[in-house]
Design a protein around this ligand. Structure first.
Ligand SMILES: [Zn+2]
Ligand SMILES: [Zn+2]
Length: 342
């Protein structure tokens, strides 16, 4: 089978011909119908976050059709449409038993620590494959399992309550899901902060109030729009020290800022004024949980979570096309999400 793989960090991905994986008793082989290209993949290619063992097939946002099932699998059948939870976990360690399997002691993320979905087929444990209703296109099923699921978890970490106000810093793949899910959770006003007017228009179409950070200081603008109060929950999905700081500074009294964006740079925060002085909280959010996925899939099936307009490009399973899409993503362009449809 064809697979587009990271051979060496800092170098373009390359196409390799691999044998189709052998299906273990508890595994399923999935024919990939859609694999999202994520900002994390750009970090993996650049060598910012480690990937091992190399060479490795990237792609952790995957949906497809069950091609083959292991002898011990009775929950899925050949031909089932599925989307994949990207954390392959043991189900048995301390964290798995607590239901916090994103910290599984033996957890391996697909497309990072084991072969992912930039390929014709992928083999995963059956427990990682979730039925994908017919009403949800494969492309949506794929990107949902990263950006939407991570946004969902972040809003839960932020303990968003009905009637509260929210600011989403960054309107990319995560941000568009985050603002729709915030509405679904009962948020009154959702402010979308970005510097890209095309993305802000998309956010506005989904009911967010756009704040263009290229035109004004977003903290001052949010303070103005909320009558000087600030927001109850701010979610930062960009991963820049400046926007993480802004997310904290935009908080109301008792506000919660949730950091999802990845950066390896330290963030300066005036803790006296902006954390203590407001009893505000700065919360880290990592990945998401299998227990959150059925609700998320149902939100998407009902159209409460609508990913129309988020998939801005479809690509073939081709190394050059994938590398070019990653280059565009690295430049923070208009592109929200590009999806490989082999
Ligand atoms: Zn992703
Ligand atoms: Zn575990």
């Amino acid at each position: 089978m064809k697979a587009v793989r990271l051979i060496e960090p800092g170098q373009p991905l390359e196409m390799q011909e691999l044998t189709v994986p052998v299906v273990g008793p508890r595994d399923v082989l999935v024919r990939v119908k859609a694999a999202g290209i994520c900002h994390s993949d750009v970090h993996y290619r650049a060598g910012v976050s480690p990937v091992s063992p190399l060479p490795l097939t990237l792609g952790h946002e995957v949906a497809g059709v069950v091609e083959q099932i292991g002898a011990g699998v009775d929950t899925l059948h050949v031909g089932d449409r599925v989307c994949l939870h990207y954390m392959v976990t043991c189900g048995d360690c301390l964290y798995c038993r607590m239901g916090n399997e994103q910290f599984c002691s033996y957890g391996k993320m697909i497309g990072k620590y084991q072969d992912g979905g930039y390929a014709e087929f992928i083999c995963v444990p059956a427990r990682s494959a979730f039925p994908l209703p017919r009403d949800i296109p494969f492309e949506f099923g794929a990107i949902m399992m990263c950006s939407s699921a991570t946004s969902f978890h972040a809003l839960r970490k932020g303990r968003l309550q009905a009637g509260e106000t929210v600011a989403i810093f960054g309107v990319g793949g995560l941000g568009i899901s985050a603002l729709q899910l915030a509405k679904a959770f009962g948020a009154l006003d959702v402010y979308a902060v970005d510097i890209n007017s095309t993305k802000l228009e998309l956010a506005a179409r989904f009911g967010a109030l756009p704040v263009n950070a290229a035109e004004s200081d977003p903290v001052a603008e949010i303070q103005r729009l909320t009558g000087g109060r600030g927001v109850d929950v701010a979610v930062e999905v960009i991963g820049l020290p400046q926007t993480i700081q802004q997310a904290v500074y935009a908080l109301a009294i008792f506000g919660r800022a949730v950091v999802v964006g990845i950066t390896d740079k330290p963030v300066a925060i005036d803790t006296y004024q902006h954390l203590m002085g407001k009893e505000a909280e700065l919360i880290g959010s990592s990945d998401h949980l299998a227990s959150e996925l059925s609700a998320l899939i149902e939100y998407a099936r009902r159209g409460t979570l609508d990913l129309t307009g988020v998939v801005t490009r479809k690509l073939p399973l081709d190394a050059d096309a994938i590398n070019a899409a990653m280059d565009r993503l690295a430049e923070f362009g208009d592109e929200v999400r590009a999806v490989i449809t082999p």
